[in-house]
Design a protein around this ligand. Sequence first.
Ligand SMILES: [Zn+2]
Length: 352
Amino acid sequence: MIRDVLTYPDRRLKQVAVPVRTFGSELARLADDLRDTAASFPRTVGIAAPQVGALWRVIYVDSGQSPKVELPRPAMVLVNPRVTASEGSDVAREGCLSLPELTADVRRAYAITVEAQSPDGRQVRFDTEGFEARIIQHEIDHLDGVLILDRIASLARDVFPRRRGRGRRSPGQDLVERARLLATLAHVGQHYDGGPYTDHLQEVVGVLGRHQIDDPLLIAAAWLHDVVEDTPVTVDALRTEFGADVAAIVEALTVPAWPDHAAAHEDSWRRIAVTPGAVAVKLADRVANVARGGPRARKYLDQQERFEALLADADPGALGGVVPAMWTQLRSELAALRARATGAAGRERSQP
Ligand SMILES: [Zn+2]
């Protein structure tokens, strides 16, 4: 039976699976399900029981699906598998059914000795190397709640959007896709105003789109604008992976953790003012927040005068024609927010 595959960040993928003690029909059914489920995805070389929600130490490996294996072994189900010896290491690109949006560069042992049991309880022991050794290590990781994202050295450098379809993407589209992926992964589990944090990022990008801004550097910066402030990603990593312009915009938008909140924000606004294009991302961020009417938006009403004073003459980069329209939209969204706020206060006062 083909089962649904859990995808990150499903919590079950982070749990440690238990050893199999009983070699009976239930295990045989799980082995069949793993084989059927793997076969339902093209070119799938392995799957682990936790990926179908069964927290047992069982993996399925079918290295024959890969052109990278010269002498493939028949597909096998390994129960309670362990790596008992390993040698050497290398880095290679891996995918995972539970992370369908991405691939990642992961370092693994090159050659391993595996001990396990077969589904009918026989002891199995063999040596393997290269791609098959990599698959087995990847699947055993799943039994310990470890995903390829836990094995990478850098979220900014080692993770890549999976290419879909045949058409080639432009370098600009690639940049935006990588930024979206990094932001999505870096902010996983973070919530904002009742929804996933990435909803807010999507809204900011949407505001840029509604103003016909299609510069990939700005859209990438919009996806990444809070990544340095809120996650372990550094400006240096952004500079290396996304270029100096994107890194400069994100750095300008990052509010330092100073004790004096207002001063920290003003510092950011001053940096935005001298960073080409940064004001467009900042305005899109504000418009998205005010339109949503979330907790930050009320603060903006009080800040607006100072905000405008510091940013009115900001360097718009190539967006000289568009930025004035963004200011107009922000002012009208704020006016609507103010009207809603005073209307609500009025209604509260009139309660008996
Ligand atoms: Zn996997």
